[in-house]
Design a protein around this ligand. Structure first.
Ligand SMILES: [Cu+2]
Length: 126
């Protein structure tokens, strides 16, 4: 068996993604807008990627950014073990588009990590 990787919602127990479970890691409501903070607590780079919607990058490592485009992927730098805080990005997730309703996944865009379980399921309820 290969190495295991996790993407974990704050407060949940880290576990590799189980495609057979069908239980969402997160539930959101259509017509809402949420700001998400993605933290990298590991010593290697990860690339956060989500299906079904694009997001705005608001902060990168605590610094505001002002990008004139939406993303579906963002790199989250690795933790060097010394900084006082884990590297993080802040994203604005917009669930107002009717196409975002339903269940879809978010995962690390590095194939080895994704295959190792670094994926989660979100359900957007109408
Ligand atoms: Cu990764």
């Amino acid at each position: 068996m290969g190495e295991e990787f996790y993407v974990t919602v704050e407060g949940q127990t880290p576990a590799p993604f189980d495609p057979k479970s069908g239980v969402p890691n997160m539930i959101a409501k259509q017509e809402t807008v949420e700001d998400w903070i993605i933290e990298n607590r590991s010593n290697e780079l990860h690339a956060f990627h989500i299906h079904q919607l694009h997001f705005m990058l608001l902060d990168y490592r605590g610094r505001p950014v002002n990008e004139p485009f939406l993303r579906h992927t963002v790199n989250v730098p690795y933790y060097d073990g010394r900084a006082l805080a884990y590297p993080r990005v802040r994203l604005r997730m917009d669930f107002r588009d009717p196409n975002t309703v339903g269940e879809f996944v978010y995962h690390c865009h590095l194939l080895e990590h994704e295959d190792g379980g670094m994926m989660g399921l979100i359900r957007v309820e109408p």
